[in-house]
Design a protein around this ligand. Structure first.
Ligand SMILES: [Zn+2]
Length: 272
C-alpha cells in the first residue's frame, strides 16, 4: 500500500505533466471509485478545467484546479495514478481516465478497487477530506510534536504510528522501519516512551521517510510513480519483509508478530 513517500513520489512525478494542462475528457470506468459525485458530474466539472499543481496531505493527493477546486485521490491498496499518452481505454483495471490538451492522460488503475476519488470545492474541503495529523517531514514536526501525538496513551506505539489522525502518512512499512531504527519494541505502550526514546523515534521516522523518497519509494507489489516507474527503496529496507533473516545490527534473527492486526517485523534483541 502506498505510504507517504510513495504518494509524495506520485505527486512529484505527475506535477510536470498536469501543470497548466486543460482537461478535454474525463471518463469513469468504475463509478465505485467516486465518493461524492457521479461520473456525469465529474465530467461536467472537469472538462474545460485547468490543473494548477498537485499537493499531498498524508496519503491523499489533491490535484488543484484553477478556480480553487481539487480532485482528491487516495490510492489505498493497489491504486496507481500515472500520466502518459493515451493508448487505449481497454486497459485492465482502468477506473478513471482524464485526457488533457497536452496529449497526456491521467490513468487511474486500481486492481482491488479500494482507491477513492473525491471532489473538493476548495482548499478547506480538501483538508477536511484529508483530515490527518501533522506531516512528519514538515519543519513544524518537532520531537515535541511527536511527543504530543503519542502522549498519554496506553496504546501500542506501532498502533499510534499507524493512526493517521495522530501522524500523517505512516503505514506498515515505515512504522516497522522507524521502530527498528529507534530500537523500540512495536508493542511498547506509547505513553511509556521517555524523552530520549521519543527523540530517537522522531529521528528514525524522518530518516526512514526521507530515505524512501530519495530512493523513489518502496515497491513491494503494486506501487509505481506517476511515470510508471517502480521504486528502489525495497532494496534498503532493514526489517519490513525480512522476517527470518538476520538483523543488520546484531546477529539475531528478525521475528514476525501481529500488532494491531498487522504483520510486524522486529529484532527482539535490538528493540526494547
Ligand atoms: Zn538486532
Amino acid at each position: 500500500m502506498p505510504e507517504l513517500p510513495e504518494v509524495e513520489m506520485v505527486k512529484r512525478t505527475i506535477t510536470p505533466h498536469i501543470t497548466g494542462a486543460t482537461v478535454v475528457e474525463a471518463q469513469v470506468l468504475w463509478p465505485g471509485s467516486l465518493v461524492n459525485m457521479t461520473p456525469a458530474l465529474l465530467r461536467d466539472r472537469l472538462v474545460g478545467a485547468r490543473f494548477i499543481t498537485a499537493h499531498r496531505r498524508g496519503k491523499y493527493l489533491g490535484l488543484a484546479l484553477a478556480g480553487d477546486a481539487y480532485l482528491v485521490v487516495h490510492l489505498r491498496m493497489t491504486g496507481r495514478l500515472t500520466a502518459r499518452p493515451l493508448k487505449s481505454t481497454q486497459e485492465r483495471h482502468l477506473r478513471m481516465l482524464i485526457t488533457m490538451d497536452n496529449g497526456i492522460a491521467l490513468h487511474f488503475v486500481d486492481q482491488r478497487k479500494f482507491g477513492r476519488i473525491y471532489w473538493a470545492a476548495d482548499r478547506d474541503e480538501f483538508l477536511r477530506i484529508a483530515q490527518v495529523g501533522p506531516e512528519p517531514l514538515a519543519d513544524e514536526f518537532t520531537p515535541q510534536a511527536l511527543a504530543a501525538a503519542l502522549g498519554g496513551t496506553k496504546m501500542k506505539v506501532k498502533s499510534c504510528l499507524l493512526d493517521q489522525r495522530r501522524i500523517a502518512g505512516i503505514g506498515n512499512i515505515y512504522a516497522d522501519e522507524s521502530l527498528f531504527r529507534a530500537g523500540i519494541h512495536p508493542e511498547r505502550s506509547a505513553g511509556s516512551l521517555n524523552e530520549g526514546e521519543i527523540f530517537r523515534l522522531w529521528q528514525a521516522i524522518r530518516t526512514s521517510l526521507a530515505n524512501a523518497i530519495e530512493h523513489g519509494g518502496t515497491t513491494v507489489r503494486d506501487y509505481v510513480d506517476g511515470d510508471g516507474s517502480s521504486g528502489d527503496n525495497q532494496r534498503f529496507l532493514l526489517v519490513y519483509g525480512r522476517a527470518g533473516s538476520s538483523c543488520t545490527n546484531c546477529t539475531g534473527i528478525l521475528q514476525r508478530i501481529k500488532v494491531a492486526g498487522r504483520g510486524t517485523v522486529f529484532c527482539p534483541r535490538c528493540q526494547k
